[in-house]
Design a binder for this molecule. Structure first.
Ligand code: ADP
Ligand code: MG
Length: 294
């Protein structure tokens, strides 16, 4: 049975259509990134999955049950974008509090190990750094041994070192065959830490696959060269070219036909082309192409 199913789900906040006819299916055991720019509808989707918001239309199921039933059964744990820790409790007290709400929680020692909390357990919540507090929030999300873990922009307050440690913790947790869905607007995070990327923009799925598939789907290459002060008019009319961007004296041409573009660039223009490089589409190109305003 599928872990998560969205079937034609929409959610509006009055005027704003935050999620627009979203359908997707996630199999158990996968680690999936929900990638999209700010305002794409990531948090709204995750909050609906947890039963915190009700869809305006459509249905969501979690292991064949409603979100409310799945939450009541202890099937989901979550790290949401907002959410305070109770400041006067110690980390251990907080974890114990959450563990007792779940039918079959993890052992305290295992939670501490997975969340990399070490000797923070006696620390009061109001004495934690931003990164430490995020690790505690991760600990609370996994405390109940949920089969499905939802993480909404989990690394937002973390420095580079904390991020690395955090993603290791996530992998360790996912390795037990659990399903992880994390929201991010960082391409590298989606690329490096998931086995499937669902790209959403304006509440709709615009791409879905492995990071490699998404890059390949956008296809083409980027030709970059120094153009300096030379007039760049007409570059967009070269054969194969699908987009032109000129930033700080460097021209970047996206092309679906590298040979045709380069031939024409050298033969049919009088530009002095220097420092030319050719790269395949990366996820960033793909993301920009997919989420660009029409
Ligand atoms: P993301 O998490 O991808 O940044 P959100 O799901 O938070 O996106 O928001 C999606 C859209 O819905 C945005 O346009 C946002 O401004 C709007 N939105 C989110 N929450 C509310 C709310 N409580 N009331 C009105 N509009 C909202
Ligand atoms: Mg959000």
């Amino acid at each position: 049975m599928d872990a998560i199913v969205f079937d034609q789900v929409s959610k509006d906040y009055g005027e704003v259509l935050a999620v627009d006819d979203l359908s997707l299916t996630i199999e158990p055991g996968r680690t999936v990134a929900l990638l999209g720019p700010n305002g794409a509808g990531k948090s709204t989707s995750i909050n609906m999955l947890l039963g915190l918001l009700k869809p305006t239309s459509g249905t969501i199921s979690v292991h064949g049950r409603t979100p409310d039933q799945a939450v009541a059964a202890g099937a989901m744990g979550a790290m949401l974008q907002s959410g305070e820790l109770i400041p006067e409790l110690t980390v251990k007290e907080l974890i114990d509090l959450i563990r007792r709400l779940y039918p079959q929680p993890l052992d305290l020692a295992e939670i501490v190990k997975l969340a990399d909390l070490g000797d923070l357990v006696k620390r009061r919540a109001n004495k934690l750094s931003g990164g430490q507090a995020q690790r505690v929030r991760f600990a609370l999300a996994i405390a109940g041994a949920p089969k499905i873990l939802l993480l909404d922009e989990p690394t937002a307050a973390m420095d580079v070192e904390s991020r690395l440690r955090f993603w290791e913790s996530m992998r360790d947790y996912a390795a037990g065959g659990r399903t992880v869905l994390f929201a991010t607007h960082y391409l590298e995070e989606a690329d490096e830490h998931s086995d499937r990327v669902i790209v959403i923009a304006k509440g709709k799925v615009v791409a879905d696959g492995t990071a490699a598939e998404i890059k390949a789907g956008v296809g083409g290459h980027t030709v970059r060269f120094a153009i300096g002060e030379q007039p760049a008019a007409g570059l967009d009319r070269l054969p194969g070219v699908t987009a032109v961007e000129i930033v700080a004296g460097t021209a970047a041409l996206r092309t679906s036909d590298t040979d045709a573009t380069l031939n024409a660039l050298y033969r049919a223009t009088s530009l002095e082309v220097r420092d030319l490089t050719l790269t395949g589409a990366d996820l960033e190109d793909a993301f920009l192409a997919l989420t660009r305003e029409p």
